[in-house]
Ligand binder design. Structure first.
Ligand SMILES: Nc1ncnc2c1ncn2[C@@H]1O[C@H](COP(=O)(O)OP(=O)(O)O)[C@@H](O)[C@H]1O
Ligand SMILES: [Mg+2]
Length: 289
């Protein structure tokens, strides 16, 4: 079976600048794959490229396939059909995904009816069931409430319900818990984990936070300067990072207490090359006593 998401030497440029630079990656069905990297490393650009959501200024090279179908070059209608149906995306700020003036239940029901020929009553029943599944108490009574009647964590749950409305095989979550406090963050991550177990959804989880990665990701890729430096099973990568940059991240985030820790901002003058050079000279010094 083809991979839920496969990237082949993906490049995304904005003018002369490469935001994503030669990324190749195959997701395994049913896994949560984390992409971790500091701000500006190209994580959102990669995610948006996969969903066909890049601005017109972006130039894409290489290939992106979802369930074996090439996405690069697809027209707007085909992309719209793909989004929500085969792949769905959630963002850091749930309010940006919800219409503030519209009952949340109707927004979920509308997502269903955009892709399925179902009647209003059936869509409403399914929306209420989805609200229950993501942990909104008394979902039937809350169906007609507008977004500001919910807490930030509940709003993100509602966005997740809408994203899952049509059983997409791939869910891309770009910093889905960054705006939430630590306790709520853990609950939303547990929800994502439970949903992928129940539905077999493959999840690409983007974060700058190694604590998030260690909580739910099966595998992780470390991104820096548009490149995927290193990919591994989460526990292996934390225990035995092979790349100097990954070691620098981990050194600043003790693996013994990764929860809630954040990636340090690596100073701009710390290029990957300079990190490797510094490591090499430290090793050489150690070798020569
Ligand atoms: N619409 C855009 N136009 C120009 N440059 C962009 C645009 N979006 C992102 N970039 C650039 O691409 C790089 C990666 O950004 P982004 O993917 O948002 O990183 P991350 O999500 O890891 O913080 C940055 O240098 C950013 O300035
Ligand atoms: Mg981002």
């Amino acid at each position: 079976m083809s991979a839920p998401l496969s990237l082949g030497n993906l490049g995304v440029r904005f003018g002369a600048a490469a935001a994503v630079d030669g990324v190749s990656l195959d997701l395994v069905r049913g896994e949560i794959f984390g992409i971790v990297g500091e701000s500006g490393s190209g994580k959102s650009t990669l995610a948006n490229a996969a969903m066909g959501l890049l601005p017109a200024a972006a130039t894409v090279s290489g290939s992106i396939s979802i369930n074996g179908r090439e996405v690069v070059g697809l027209g707007d209608d085909a992309l719209r059909q793909m989004r929500g149906n085969e792949a769905a995306m959630i963002f850091q700020d749930p309010s940006a995904s919800l219409d503030p003036t519209w009952p949340v239940g109707d927004q979920i029901a509308e997502t269903i009816r955009a892709h399925r020929p179902v009647g209003a009553r059936e869509a409403k029943a399914r929306a209420i069931a989805l609200m229950a599944e993501v942990g909104i108490p008394e979902p039937a009574a809350r169906y007609n409430d507008v977004p500001h009647h919910f807490s930030g964590g509940q709003r993100q749950r509602i966005v997740i319900a809408a994203a899952l409305a049509n059983n997409p095989q791939l869910l891309i979550a770009d910093e889905p818990t960054t705006a939430l406090d630590v306790t709520i963050q853990a609950q939303v991550l547990q929800l994502i984990d439970r949903l992928r177990r129940d539905h077999g959804t493959t999840v690409l989880l983007i974060t700058h936070d190694l604590g998030v990665v260690s909580m739910v990701c099966d595998r992780v890729g470390v991104m820096y300067g548009g490149k995927l430096l290193e990919i591994g099973e989460t526990q292996d990568l934390i225990a035995r990072p092979t790349h100097a940059y990954t070691r620098a991240l981990l050194a600043a985030n003790p693996a013994s207490s990764p929860r809630g820790t954040r990636l340090p901002v690596i100073p701009a003058e710390w290029s990957v090359e300079s990190l490797e050079a510094a490591e090499l000279s430290a090793r050489t010094e150690a070798a020569h006593g």
